[in-house]
Design a protein around this ligand. Sequence first.
Ligand code: SF4
Length: 277
Amino acid sequence: MITVREIPASRALSKSGLPELDYSLNPYLGCLHACRYCFAVDMTSDKDARENWGHSVVVRSNIVEVLRREISRMPRGIVGMSTITDPYQAVEGRYRLSRESLAVLLQNGFRVTIQTKSPLVRRDADILSSHRSTCDVGMTLTSLSGDKSAVIEPGAPSPASRVRALEELSSEKIRTWIFYGPIIRGFNDDRETAESIMEIAVSTGSRVIFDRFSPYRTAMIMMRESGFPVESLRSGMSWWKSVSGMIGEEALRKSVRINSQNEEYMNTSMSGQSRLF
Ligand code: SF4
């Protein structure tokens, strides 16, 4: 059963702990995509959303009004939308808080970087295409296999629908990128997956950012419940070095720009590039 609750937000923009972002904006708490590897569970303040991950979502119903008030006194910067939820999960179809927040931010001189697994983001192509130089859209692709995706992100739209969304946004000349991750040992760390993702990057003109699974407490529990052995989740640096090298080779072969979130293994030809703008 899905639970949706509305609460008032006291703040809209939060200072981001991520180096490439100034602020984060999360219109929802909890996420119906229900990813088994989700690090955001341990960062979500709402108890019910945390304890019923993937089945309970909180709508911060007045966030657009709060945002309009807040931005008059805030320095302009880069806003990540979203950092602990998917801004285009199914409830956004009804509440449109991400759409309205996006419009407010872009119309007021902020830059916005979106990360999602949902083709619903295409709905907002009108806003995005009016602010092409100050926004981008990242689509997460853990695997191109619908069967694999169903195991680790059971509530998320299919990989094929995400690829179609990327293609459509790209055809509108909206800047796009792909997040390839989290990469899990023995699951999606193979050359065929990396090669397919690079091909999509080429056809959509997207940059690729990749990262491995992070062993957050609740994510570890959920992944083990889904049948992943500890050794595939706590894989060592030699494995990651080898996988990063393989991804770097595939990227070079296809002239795709990449960034690793672990800079130590960044493709040296790409080092120093921001994922944004
Ligand atoms: S889409 Fe993101 S926030 Fe939502 S469950 Fe998956 S990893 Fe977590």
